[in-house]
Design a protein around this ligand. Structure first.
Ligand code: ADP
Ligand code: MG
Length: 697
């Protein structure tokens, strides 16, 4: 089907081959359809003109009427800049250009009335505007078009004079032609039920809003649509899986009762009980379970996993648990083995380092059903690993595995899918979970076992290092162990590594009598494992490391986590790191070391860490902080590549969209009813253009 919206962008009046190439490269705009979906990321209020005296640097953008009285070029070479003295008749301020100076001098003349627009900043004791937008006064801009769209562009586009204004002009040209071709993409009943603007009105008002009300309605409609089709796809995936694969029914609780009566080491928290009920309901339902289990570090996921495993063993099936690293697999193995031994259940560990001769019996016992529980790493995915009857596959720390690997594990049984439980210690905000794991059910352990001492988090500036060292010393003397973590990112790897080494050296100097371990990504994995093992055994007292220790490592005796250059870590990462301590009975501490100069966002991150230990709260804050970035107008949601919806803000719309998608698929799973024909057609067309549809898979 040749379609108006598939027309190459080159053929729009005002574009042509050169600009088309630029739009493709910079903004991935290939077709008319791509351009019309290139939505403004904000709107400027051009109703008000400010007087220069009113302006301060806290204002986002201001619009001023006035004249340039004089121009001056100051500085040379890279310091060269053009200053224009701009007067509104009462007072004067500076407008500054660092680039395109010749062009500005040609275009802008003294003593003509202009409208200047831009972001005020403070420079010394003066307020100025750098690179303002300057236009001669016309009737049009005097009247003030109330909501001026601002489009995401890049530095390159700006340099080639394809700025937001120009994109706006192209949008105007396109919309004129496109109007008659715009089809509705949501069914009529849904528009009425959700009280949504139709597609044509929505597109018109997203680009050229008449009023704030119409703009909001347009945003609501387009966000709903975007989220609706994502949810529809995810829920469909789940239904297909459930329809295709009968779930094994596990409802024999005799062995479970025995464990509860004789071996349960502590009383379960309410949250643990609730989650176990949810999982149990799935496992006896006859439908295949795919569930995400979220729970902060230390919330007690292991025992929940074991109880679920028992349900499976009770029906004479097998269970497996896959962890992302050898160390973690080992830890799971020794934790679960304690319980399994008490119950007389066979359990084995399979990782890359297990010798061939030891693998053979594991493979055999797995196939004849003698081996009930197998814990491991990626090694579990190997061809030779075959189960007699795999009832439950547990995957720890899912974000380290790809979706493809996940499904590989699901296919370990020839005839039936095992139930799948994905465990993660990184709490994810609801909106994100619903999108990233929308094909899974979600359970959360949102409560820590009683009697835990909350970790004390303290912020210290680098200048306080002596004090911090004194504290480390006192903890080590009290028998504790200490982590010191350094950031290491690819872009600055060399320098980061140097900081780590320097840090290690100064620790050695400060604590000459204390054995210290060091771990970083450049080390061979055997060397890393060796150092880690020494620390776990308590042979070394201080562990200097990069974030390689982030994942689930459990050393109950470690009670202090020092995070160096804490300003360089994301909030969720800080929280993950902090979770390495506070695992034993002792009071634990997390010390965030930073320099003096901190950005507003960094301050928020540090304050949030100091204030709360709740991973769910931290995840929400993190999402809000990393929400749509405003880097040269390129929208950076940092999470999912959405066209208009924002998972940090649109939770309510997301829930509505998911509910609607659920309702529709539950009553009409194949979208065969006439009223759903629009949906079917839209899915087809999205599949073809593969925008959105492929984005999240
Ligand atoms: P995580 O969710 O991080 O995997 P674990 O399962 O390792 O947490 O549990 C952390 C610690 O808390 C373990 O030592 C475990 O035995 C203990 N624990 C778990 N649940 C409870 C509970 N309900 N009451 C007391 N201690 C618990
Ligand atoms: Mg764990």
């Amino acid at each position: 089907m040749s379609n108006f919206f598939e027309t190459s962008i080159e053929f729009l009046k005002g574009v042509g081959p050169q600009r088309a190439a630029l739009l493709q490269k910079e903004l991935k705009i290939f077709s008319f359809g791509d351009l019309i979906q290139h939505y403004p990321f904000r709107y400027e209020d051009r109703t008000k003109f400010y007087s220069i005296r009113e302006i301060d640097e806290a204002m986002p953008y201001v619009q001023i009427k006035g004249k340039f009285t004089d121009f001056e070029i100051v500085g040379t070479r890279s310091k060269k800049r053009l200053i224009g003295y701009f007067s509104d008749g009462k007072s004067e301020m500076e407008m500054v250009w660092f680039q395109r100076i010749d062009w500005v001098m040609q275009k802008i003349k003294p003593n003509i009335e202009y409208v200047a627009f831009g972001k005020p900043t403070r420079f010394g004791n003066k307020i100025n505007i750098a690179h303002p937008e300057v236009e001669p006064i016309t009737e049009n801009n005097l009247k003030g078009n109330s909501f001026q769209p601002v489009y995401p562009i890049t530095e390159k586009l700006r340099a080639r004079y394809l700025d937001s204004k120009q994109i706006g002009k192209l949008q105007f040209e396109l919309f004129r032609l496109a109007e008659q071709h715009i089809r509705e993409t949501l069914p009529d009943f849904l528009l009425r039920q959700q009280n949504l603007l139709n597609k044509k009105e929505a597109l018109k008002n997203i680009h050229f809003p008449k009023t704030q009300e119409l703009l909001s309605a347009a945003q609501q409609r387009l966000k709903f649509e975007e989220l609706f089709y994502i949810q529809l796809r995810l829920i469909k995936m789940k239904l297909v899986r459930q329809g295709k694969f009968r779930g094994q029914v596990f409802n024999d609780t005799a062995i479970l009762t025995k464990f509860y009566k004789e071996h349960l080491p502590f009383e379960l928290t309410e949250a643990q009980k609730r989650v176990i009920r949810e999982i149990y309901a799935d496992m006896k339902s006859g439908k295949q379970m795919s569930r995400l289990l979220q729970g902060d570090v230390g919330s007690g996921k292991t025992i929940v996993a074991f109880i679920c495993i028992l349900l499976v063993i009770g029906a004479d099936a097998q269970a497996t648990l896959m962890a992302p690293t050898e160390i973690l697999a080992q830890q799971h193995y020794s934790n679960l083995k304690k319980y399994a031994d008490r119950m007389g259940i066979s359990i084995a560990l399979l990782t890359g380092s297990v010798k061939k001769s030891q693998r053979k019996p594991i493979h055999e016992q797995l196939q004849n059903g003698d081996l009930k529980i197998l814990i491991g790493t990626h090694a579990l995915l190997e061809e030779e690993v075959k189960f007699k009857k795999l009832g439950l596959a547990i995957i720890d720390e899912q974000h380290r595995f790809g979706v493809a690997q996940r499904s590989k594990l699901w296919q370990k049984n020839a005839d039936v899918y095992p139930h799948v439980l994905v465990m993660t210690a990184t709490p994810i905000p609801r909106t994100l979970a619903m999108t990233l794991y929308g094909d899974l059910e979600i359970s959360a352990i949102d409560e820590l076992p009683k009697g835990r001492k909350p970790i004390q988090t303290i912020h210290q500036f680098d200048s306080q290092r002596l004090k911090v060292n004194g504290f480390i010393r006192s903890q080590i003397e009290a028998g504790r162990q200490v982590y010191v973590v350094y950031p290491l990112i690819e872009e600055s790897e060399k320098l980061d590594l140097k900081h780590l080494m320097d840090g290690h050296e100064s620790m050695t100097r400060a604590f000459p009598d204390v054995p210290i371990s060091i771990i970083h990504g450049q080390m061979k994995s055997e060397a890393k494992d060796y150092e880690m093992a020494r620390f776990v055994k308590g042979e070394t007292k201080i562990m200097v490391a990069t974030t390689v220790i982030e994942v689930g490592v459990d050393v109950p005796n470690a009670s202090v986590m020092i995070i160096e250059s804490a300003e360089r870590f994301g909030l969720s990462q800080l929280h993950q790191l902090r979770g390495r301590v506070g695992r034993g009975a002792e009071q634990s501490y997390c010390i965030l070391m930073t320099s003096y100069k901190l950005s507003v966002d960094t301050k928020t991150r540090i304050e949030t860490m100091v204030r709360t230990n709740n991973g769910f709260e931290i995840a929400e804050t993190d999402l809000k902080l990393r929400g749509p970035g405003d880097l040269m107008g390129t929208q950076q949601s940092g999470t999912l590549d959405l066209l208009i919806a924002d998972l940090a803000k649109d939770g309510k719309i997301l829930q509505q969209a998911r509910d609607a998608a659920n309702d529709i698929l539950n009553t009409d799973p194949d979208l065969a009813k006439p009223e759903n024909v629009v949906i079917k057609r839209q899915i087809e067309s999205m599949r073809k253009t593969a925008v959105n549809w492929s984005r999240i898979s």
